[in-house]
Design a protein around this ligand. Structure first.
Ligand code: THU
Length: 135
């Protein structure tokens, strides 16, 4: 539990700030995500929608793409935090679960916050048991 509180202290404000940049004229949902890498650097993303709805990019995948683009090594980040308005506590979508299971550390925690005190948290295994991998 204290681990979770420490992660919220580091990642809540960056995710909330990123959510303010959401481009979501179709759903009005504002989602932000933040991920912390091995060096303690924080990377963020927000949801970016499109008139061709299926091209919408989720905040979690955008944060991970930003982290990888900045040089984060896959499989090293220990935590990702989601902040969303327009949902009670957002449960990450299936596509984001697949990407998180490949790019976060195997023992990473994912926390989804409605506020600093209302949140859910999961391990990667809880979010996506028996995930698809190439062998
Ligand atoms: N969304 C996310 O950013 N992350 C998720 O895990 C689920 C959904 C966004 C996509 C879209 O802009 C809006 O929330 C409604 O689906």
């Amino acid at each position: 539990m204290s681990d979770i509180k420490a992660v919220i202290e580091q990642l809540y404000v960056p995710a909330k700030s990123a959510s303010e940049n959401a481009y979501s004229p179709y759903s009005s949902a504002r989602v932000g995500a933040s991920v912390i890498d091995e060096d303690g650097k924080i990377h963020t993303g927000c949801n970016v929608e499109n008139a061709s709805y299926g091209l919408t990019q989720c905040a979690e995948r955008n944060a991970l793409a930003a982290a990888i683009s900045a040089g984060m090594k896959p499989g090293t980040a220990g935590a990702l935090l989601i902040f969303a308005t327009g949902f009670d506590v957002l449960a990450p979508c299936g596509a984001c679960r697949q990407v998180m299971s490949e790019l976060l550390a195997k023992d990473a925690i994912v926390i989804s916050c409605h506020s600093e005190t209302e949140y859910n948290s999961w391990s990667i295994g809880e979010l996506l048991p028996n995930s698809f991998v190439l062998s």
